[in-house]
Write a protein that binds this ligand. Structure first.
Ligand SMILES: *[C@@H]1O[C@H](CO)[C@@H](O)[C@H](O)[C@H]1NC(C)=O
Ligand SMILES: *[C@@H]1O[C@H](CO)[C@@H](O)[C@H](O)[C@H]1NC(C)=O
Length: 350
């Protein structure tokens, strides 16, 4: 019975095919954001379909109905669907926002600057109805308590302090009651973690009685303890010059700043010859007094024996010591008296 039924079906199809030359329409073409109500695999000529916009898209006016034509094509629809937009977000105070677009399904990420905390949603999304999923968040400053105040000191606030809390960035300058000295941070402020910066201490600073210097003196022989910032001056005995600051100061640490030293002057240790000092040439016997100060420079003359010319070489007085360059040769008494024209200081210079 089964084979006869199959045969019958084949015969029926063979009969039917030439009759159904009428074409069918396939799936209707959908553009951006469009959808259609109901869905069939095949549509016959004369079938109508109503298009609409998906959630989050706004339709433009125009015919939404398309028709399956006898040729198997769909008529064109005038409907276009544009993505819904949310309102442009307002700038976030003390924070930043990040977004690419503000249309349906766009997101905005919010972050707060250092010292501020985010209140509300950190991410909001543009919903299908053109509304943001949450109101924009706020960045509120971190809260600190009252500043720590050192014993015997105070803080001068940058602006008026109201209530018993402070906010990030609020600060002031510490002061100690004289004669106490502030040791540590002079400025204080409410920091990002909600704590105050480390307060300073107010301490009494004394420096021990100052001591004298060798070959010199203190201008006031004040052998007593001194307070912070008090000073003592020094001078040097005759023939000595001060190396370092003329004044020392009692420091916060209770130590004195660096003391100067007195440095001895030098004698130019040659007996016969000419020197150059402060841009002037002197025969040594005319250089009176034979004395140059510590750190001063003097030049002596040497002979270049190959080229037969003279040249000057400098040497410096260091705390009583003046090294005469090795190339210097003391002339004989005779040469110095009667043939001094041949000395390196007198002949052509190299
Ligand atoms: C928001 O942050 C998420 C997670 O960090 C990230 O994947 C997304 O790309 C960000 N969105 C924008 C618009 O920057
Ligand atoms: C701050 O002051 C309020 C009222 O002025 C008080 O209720 C609160 O306990 C105080 N907080 C602190 C930490 O002192």
């Amino acid at each position: 019975m089964a084979p006869s039924l199959s045969l019958l079906l084949i015969c029926l199809l063979a009969l039917y095919t030439p009759v159904t030359s009428k074409k069918e329409c396939g799936r209707p073409p959908l553009g951006d954001g469009k959808e259609l109500e109901g869905f069939q695999r095949v549509y016959s000529p004369g079938d109508e379909v109503v298009l609409s916009c998906k959630r989050g898209y706004t339709p433009t006016s125009g015919s939404r109905t398309i028709l399956c034509t006898a040729s198997g094509d769909w008529t064109k629809s005038k409907l276009t669907c544009s993505t819904k937009s949310c309102s442009f977000p307002e700038a976030l105070n003390h924070g930043d926002m990040e977004f690419v677009d503000i249309v349906y399904q766009s997101t905005i990420n919010y972050t707060c600057h250092e010292g501020y905390t985010l209140q509300g949603a950190s991410t909001i999304e543009c919903l299908y109805d053109g509304q943001w999923s949450d109101p924009p968040p706020k960045c509120t400053p971190v809260i600190c308590g009252l500043p720590p105040i050192p014993k015997y000191g105070k803080m001068v606030y940058d602006r008026k302090l109201t209530g018993n809390t402070t906010v990030f960035g609020f600060g002031g300058t510490y002061e100690c009651f004289p004669p106490l000295v502030l040791i540590g941070n002079e400025r204080g402020s409410c920091s990002t973690n909600g704590d105050w910066t480390e307060p300073p201490e107010c301490k009494l600073v004394t420096c021990s009685a100052p001591t004298g210097i060798i070959n010199g003196y203190m201008t006031v022989s004040d052998k007593r303890e001194h307070g912070f910032k008090e000073t003592v001056r020094y001078g040097c005995n005759i023939d000595y010059v001060l190396d370092g600051p003329v004044e020392i100061e009692c420091l916060k640490t209770g130590d004195w700043s660096m003391k100067p030293a007195c440095r001895a002057s030098c004698k130019v240790g040659i007996k016969r010859g000419r020197i150059l000092y402060n841009g002037k040439k002197f025969w040594i016997k005319d250089f009176k007094p034979n004395k140059i100060s510590h750190a001063d420079v003097v030049l002596v003359y040497c002979m270049n024996k190959e080229k037969k010319c003279g040249y000057a070489l400098s040497t410096q007085c260091i705390d009583g010591k003046l090294k005469i360059p090795e190339c210097f040769e003391e002339p004989s008494d005779l040469t110095y008296k009667f043939n001094y024209d041949s000395l390196p200081s007198e002949i052509a210079q190299c």
